[in-house]
Design a protein. Structure first.
Length: 227
């Protein structure tokens, strides 16, 4: 038999926590190891209880969910964070994914789907509510005329020098998931589908240039990196 999934529930509403605890406590595949009412309490419990999955609300008094997710990622926590919230706006979804959330579900998710999602998150799989997935795909497919942000330029510069996502994250002091999100955004802005095309496209207007040198310069050949 496999060990049960260790679950931490984070929500500022006691009624919600009670309902989730009751849902998972009756299933032998799960062990609810603790509950937290805000992000700061969650950080302490993650460190002491070592859950496999954290069910994280976003809008909470004190430390919000996005801040807590980012701090867990920077601390190197192995817990998978599955957002469970009422909100699916861009202002909620994108920061949570960028901060390092494994998945994003809404509180009207049926019980069976939520249970499957927690199991999937424990395996490291990404799980998104249909409306959230559609919103993210819509942003990636829509034509975007806005320029690259400073952070996107920094990521693109490191990519042009041959850095992997992990190396870029280390250099910029951000999570690897955030690097991937920046790459997706700049792909959409440049109208390309991969790293090589992004660098080649950016060279034309001079965003990055071939050869070595200072910031924003340097291109590597081969493009063997899969990430």
């Amino acid at each position: 038999m496999t060990a049960p999934v260790r679950l931490l529930i984070v929500d500022d509403h006691p009624v919600v926590r009670d309902g989730l605890r009751g849902m998972f406590t009756g299933d032998p595949d799960f062990e609810v190891v603790g509950e937290a009412a805000d992000g700061s309490e969650a950080l302490v419990l993650v460190e002491t209880l070592r859950p496999d999955v954290v069910l994280m609300d976003l809008r909470m008094p004190g430390m919000d969910g996005v801040t807590a997710i980012g701090r867990l990622a920077r601390a190197g926590s192995t817990a998978r964070v599955l957002v469970l919230t009422t909100y699916d706006t861009d202002a909620d979804v994108l920061p949570a994914i960028e901060a390092g959330a494994t998945g994003y579900l809404l509180k009207d998710t049926p019980r069976e789907e939520l249970v499957r999602a927690v199991r999937a998150a424990a395996r490291g799989e990404s799980v998104l509510a249909p409306s959230v997935a559609g919103r993210l795909m819509g942003r990636l497919r829509a034509p975007v005329e806005e320029p690259l942000s400073q952070r996107e330029l920094e990521v693109l510069t490191l990519v042009a020098r041959g850095a992997s996502n992990r190396e870029a994250a280390t250099r910029l002091f951000i999570s690897e998931a955030t690097v991937k999100t920046h790459l997706l955004h700049l792909y959409a802005k440049l109208g390309v589908n991969d790293r090589a095309a992004a660098v080649a496209t950016a060279e034309d207007p001079g965003l990055v240039t071939p050869g070595g040198g200072g910031a924003g310069q340097g291109r590597v050949g081969g493009w063997a990196r899969p990430d």
